[in-house]
Structure formats: C-alpha cells, structure tokens
Design a protein around this ligand. Structure first.
Ligand code: HEC
Length: 194
C-alpha cells in the first residue's frame, strides 16, 4: 500500500513544482527583450530603427573580427560619395545569372535593376534635411524618390514594400528620430544602369 501513496505524493510534489516554475517564468518574462517605448516618438523611432535594419544599408561599415560592423560615427550617411563600387566586370554575371551583389560596406548594390546607392538619411541638406514629414511618409508608403509626385520609384534593395505596412505613428516616429541624428554632408551618387 505504501508504494502508490508515495507515488501519488511524489507526483503531486512534481506538479506543484512545475506550476511554480511556470508562474515564475510568466512573471519574470524575457529579461533580454526590452519593452517597446510607446510615448516619446523620438524614443519610439530610435527603437524601430534599431530593429528594422536601416544601418545594414544606410551606414558604412568597418571590417571587424566578425565581418562588417556599422561605423556609428558615419551613421546613416548612405553610400560614401568617394567610395568606388566597380560593377562593369559584373554586368555579364548579373545579366545571365540574375544575381545581385553588394559593395563590401553594403551601402551600394547592383542587380537586374541597375546600380543603387543607399541614400543619406541624416538631417543634412545632402540628406533629408529639407524633407517634410509628409515627404517621408510618401517615400516609404509609395516608394517615390524624395517623397514627391512625379519622381522615379525608389529602387531595390530598399525594402519600402515592407516598411509601407507600418502605422502612420511608427513612420512619423522614425522621421522624428532621424531628425535628431548627426547631420553628415555626403551627396550620394545617382543610380545608374549596369
Ligand atoms: C537592404 C538595404 C536597405 C535597408 C535595410 C534600408 N534601406 Fe533605405 N534605401 C536603400 C537604398 C539602396 C536606397 C536608394 C534607392 C534609390 O536610389 O532608389 C534607399 C532609399 C531610402 C530612402 C529614400 C531616399 C530618397 O532620396 O528618396 C529613405 C527615406 C530610406 N531609404 C529610409 C530607410 C529607413 C528609415 C530604413 C530603416 C527603417 C531603411 N531605409 C532601410 C537601402 C536600404
């Protein structure tokens, strides 16, 4: 008779321990995931930009031990005007294999659409200094260069077809944050045919 009782008690103890454990996990949450700030648009924008990968393309890189690392002293200046990106010898490969290639700093890309250079999105005159909030929303929602009607479409690999799904508040928050970053003078080259 003893064995089943011990077994039952043991099982009960395990169940209590398990439910405690679940409670603790629910209470503690995931300590590595910070809560998204909601109130201050600039803080919200900073948070969004930190997870949406804008640095991947708009910030030049330095080569570090783990590969290219964003150079935050040049944050968001786009493709450096004085950095060459030779694509002439890649034309054939791109045309025949439909591949795309990036510059080492990932600020310029060449593919079937031609050669595109990540824009300067700092608040300098050579960047988005003169842009209104409405222009920024139009650029991302409609993929219009400079956020103006009658301009060319914004080329790949700028992922505006995904970013256009953001709420107005989130887009406005990104605009507000980008207005606060250090302005950097850098006139990014215009896109060209391969
Ligand atoms: C995968 C690369 C990539 C990522 C990620 C990316 N961009 Fe871009 N972006 C580009 C490229 C390349 C261009 C220039 C395309 C062109 O010339 O048509 C561009 C253009 C833009 C433009 C239009 C500039 C103009 O003059 O019309 C804005 C605004 C912009 N990006 C903002 C952002 C923001 C904000 C983020 C992050 C939320 C971001 N981009 C993420 C590659 C990227």
């Amino acid at each position: 008779m003893k064995t089943p009782l011990f077994f039952a008690l043991g099982l009960a103890a395990i169940l209590v321990a398990l439910s405690n454990c679940q409670q603790q996990t629910a209470e503690a949450g995931n300590p590595t995931a910070p809560e998204a700030p909601k109130e201050d648009p600039v803080k919200r924008g900073e948070y969004l930009v930190s997870i949406l990968g804008c640095d991947d393309c708009h910030t030049p890189k330095n080569m570090g031990p783990h590969g290219p690392e964003p150079d935050m002293t040049r944050r968001f200046m786009g493709h450096p005007a004085d950095e060459p990106f030779a694509t002439d010898d890649k034309k054939k490969m791109i045309a025949e294999q439909h591949v795309a290639i990036f510059s080492p700093g990932m600020t310029a890309a060449a593919g079937p659409w031609g050669v595109s250079y990540a824009a300067n999105i700092t608040p300098d005159d050579t960047g988005m200094g003169a842009w209104t909030e409405a222009q920024f929303l139009k650029a991302i929602r409609e993929g219009k260069n400079k956020g103006m009607d009658g301009t060319r479409p914004i080329l790949p690999p700028m992922p505006w077809p995904l970013y256009r799904n953001m709420t107005d508040d989130d887009l406005k928050a990104i605009y507000a944050y980008l207005k606060t970053v250090k302005p950097i003078k850098n006139a990014v080259p215009a896109p060209k045919q391969l």
